[in-house]
Design a protein around this ligand. Structure first.
Ligand code: AHR
Length: 330
């Protein structure tokens, strides 16, 4: 009996020792996770939802991360507050998608003082703060606009309409955001270059379908003599098309209003296949893998590039197929 008791006590001691050893190992595993505080601008578009999902599905525990996510609901002050909270929490990295380009200097100085690397995602920030962030990952929005204009010029050339008087409506994205600034600049530069192109209305649609529907409705009360509608994202294009169709206009590159859009979401491309959006320039939201690559390089002290522009393409209503849409991830 005494022998049995001794064996049981021995076994219990061994189990306790094992349990004590297991604890530090778990703590070690947690310590080795990289903590990223991510301030997302909001959920204004399908593009944005896909962008958030790409970050969330990449910066997972399985990939070595703890992600602290904050949705700023389109308010810059919420983003600044979130970044300050990340600094207090002592995160390893701050990732943020700035609503607009200006107003970040103080908070980024605070991040630098706390030695926290900042990765700017999607939209850019004013150039004076270049030394206040570690890397940028996103789109070249001005190039996207230039791609749209080159396509339009080639299309009009083919149709024999390049010198015609063309009346353009412009629905802009969130004012002051890099996406708006770049895409707007490309259109305005092309209007300066073509004296027969006239900008008949320029309104902000805030990157949403509802706002674009509303502003397009008001524009149509002033005039229905419109040749081109240049919308700065798919949500806006869908809203503008709905308003135009209600007003009896047909959206069709060959014999109706030429609608140009950006993002190339599945829904936007479906409209392109149906001929209602003539051109859709891709803006790629799948940025999570790029963020992971940069952070892993920084961790390993490997060289990395500071400015990272994502390759993008375009789709037009004449060449798009259902197979192309089915292959898309967003
Ligand atoms: O900054 C990227 C832009 O923001 C996308 O074009 C738009 O859909 C989004 O809301």
């Amino acid at each position: 009996m005494r022998k049995l008791l001794a064996i049981v006590i021995c076994l219990m001691l061994i189990l306790c020792a094992c349990a004590r050893q297991a604890q530090p190992m778990e703590e070690d595993a947690e310590d080795s996770l990289i903590v990223v505080g991510f301030s997302q601008v909001g959920a204004e578009s399908e593009w944005r939802v896909a962008n958030t999902e790409s970050i969330r599905s990449t910066l997972t525990e399985g990939n070595g991360y703890v992600l602290i996510y904050d949705d700023a609901r389109q308010k810059q002050e919420n983003q600044i507050r979130a970044i300050r909270t990340f600094i207090q929490q002592g995160v390893d990295y701050i990732l943020f998608s700035p609503k607009v380009e200006t107003g970040w200097i103080s908070v980024l100085q605070e991040a630098r003082e706390a030695n926290i690397p900042v990765i700017v995602l999607d939209r850019y920030i004013e150039s004076e703060v270049e030394n206040l962030y570690t890397a940028y990952i996103g789109s070249d929005f001005h190039k996207e606009g230039e791609m749209a204009i080159s396509w339009l010029e080639e299309f009009l050339q083919r149709e024999g309409r390049i010198g015609d008087s063309l009346r353009i409506v412009h629905i802009q994205g969130t004012m002051g955001s890099t996406a708006q600034i770049g895409r707007t600049a490309a259109l305005e530069q092309s209007i300066e270059k073509h004296p027969s192109w006239e900008l008949v209305a320029q309104e902000c649609g805030d990157f949403t379908r509802a706002k674009a529907y509303e502003v397009m409705g008001s524009i149509l009360e002033q005039t229905t003599d419109i040749d081109i509608v240049y919308c700065e994202n798919d949500g806006e294009a869908l809203g503008a098309i709905a308003a135009m169709e209600e007003a009896g206009l047909s959206c069709n590159a060959k014999d109706g209003v030429i609608v140009i859009s950006f993002d190339a979401t599945r829904l936007g491309l479906q409209y392109c296949l149906g001929g209602k959006i003539a051109l859709n320039v891709e803006c790629n939201p799948l940025q999570g893998p790029y963020v992971n690559e940069i952070i892993k390089k920084i961790q390993l002290r490997e060289p990395f590039s500071r400015m990272n522009y994502i390759d993008e393409t375009l789709f037009d209503s004449f060449t798009i197929t259902q197979e192309m849409i089915d292959e898309r991830q967003y």
